[in-house]
Design a binder for this molecule. Sequence first.
Ligand SMILES: [Fe+2]
Length: 214
Amino acid sequence: MDFDARMTVIQLSDGTLILHSPCEIDAPMSRALSALGRIAYIVAPGSFHYLHVPSAQAAFPEAETFICPGIERKRPDLKFDWLLGDIAPEAWAGQLDQVLVRGNRWIWEVAFFHRQTRTLILVDLVENVTDATPHTGWQLKLWWKVVFHMWNTPKPAPEYQLGWSDKKAARASLQRILQWDFERVILAHGDLIESDARKVVEKAWRKPLAGDQA
Ligand SMILES: [Fe+2]
């Protein structure tokens, strides 16, 4: 099924840019991004969010690539410089915080918090596909409405819901994220969450936070 994914561009205090979960970087996109600043870092933040990293590396060969642990096993041919963890690297320490979310069998990611804008940056930990989301075909509607009950209802990606295997570890990771003082959420699939962000996220993670079967 067709499923849009959002790239986030983060500007650091020195003006350099991070491409977070890059989309395909073709020539017009490369020019548009270069107009914003020097692309210094490419981040593949989740185990399903590395597909277009090679096009970003080709467009910006000087950039350093950081990947979520596990991608190196799924895609041993993917070139990278660093693995992401719970500690922000020197490149963005003090500006972005991060948590490697543990405890899932099928899917994992590193969540980020941009301190200055109080923005939580996720990929699949919350999806928010609604009537207002563009490019949603009938297959997505069918699965999201009938099977997963996540249409107009923010929830983790289905792979998360089906795979919480170490609930204690999952809960600890999610609770660390909830300690961040965020007021909005950028996510990869669906609409941004710009009001009541904390309440929306706590509700979306209700099952893993409670330790129930997700
Ligand atoms: Fe995704």
